[in-house]
Ligand binder design. Structure first.
Ligand SMILES: [Zn+2]
Length: 200
């Protein structure tokens, strides 16, 4: 464990499907949640840095009638069980249950889920990061002005790099995996912490 911890109000926003676990269309039952290698240990490292680890996830399967909110809670209990043996935990879960055509303000790329998190935890967005595999994730990061980290772990990721290359979308860091993403974020936080420690 490092002796540097994050500034108050620091959060790392994590997308779920395609970022932490294999994206297999709709995950509607606990056994369909299969984490990528190293994810529990990487979340534990974020916990040790003292950042808030917050899930922000579109779950339109609820609005489509394929899953209930209670069903989603069971999946998130499963997630907690899978990471707990590694000393890892998620501090908050924000989900959008709506369908795209519902026109809500919370379905990513809208920023409603981030707004909810900021209000609940008094976050300092200038200290936050977002990790995701889809264009909608990186668009949210852009909207709320936090560094966006793209993980190349789903079939959606390549299109996001293309959008970046065409100048449509900023990406702060492109990571091969969630572990790589956390390595980068940890390095950013430690560098900032050291700078503050030296009086800038
Ligand atoms: Zn919504």
């Amino acid at each position: 464990m490092r002796d540097v911890s994050a500034a108050p109000g620091t959060a790392v926003f994590l997308d779920r499907d395609g970022t932490l676990n294999h994206d297999r269309g709709y995950v509607t039952s606990p056994e369909q949640l299969v984490l990528f290698p190293g994810v529990p240990e990487a979340i534990a490292r974020l916990n040790h840095l003292g950042v808030m680890v917050l899930l922000v996830t579109n779950q339109s399967a609820i609005g489509r009638g394929m899953m209930t909110i209670e069903g989603l809670e069971l999946i998130h209990e499963r997630l907690a069980e899978l990471i707990r043996p590694y000393g890892a935990s998620i501090d908050g879960i924000f989900f959008c249950p709506h369908r795209p055509q519902d026109g809500c303000g919370c379905r990513k790329p809208k920023a409603g889920l981030i707004d909810q998190a900021v209000n609940r935890f008094a976050l300092d967005l200038s200290q936050c990061y977002l990790v995701g595999d889809k264009r909608s994730d990186l668009e949210v990061a852009q909207t709320v002005s936090v560094p966006g980290v793209l993980v190349m772990t789903s079939s959606y990721s390549a299109d996001v790099v293309k959008a970046r290359d065409e100048g449509q979308l900023p990406i702060e860091y492109v990571a091969d995996s969630f572990v790589d993403a956390v390595d980068w974020i940890e390095q950013q936080i430690v560098t900032r912490g050291n700078r503050i420690g030296l009086g800038r």
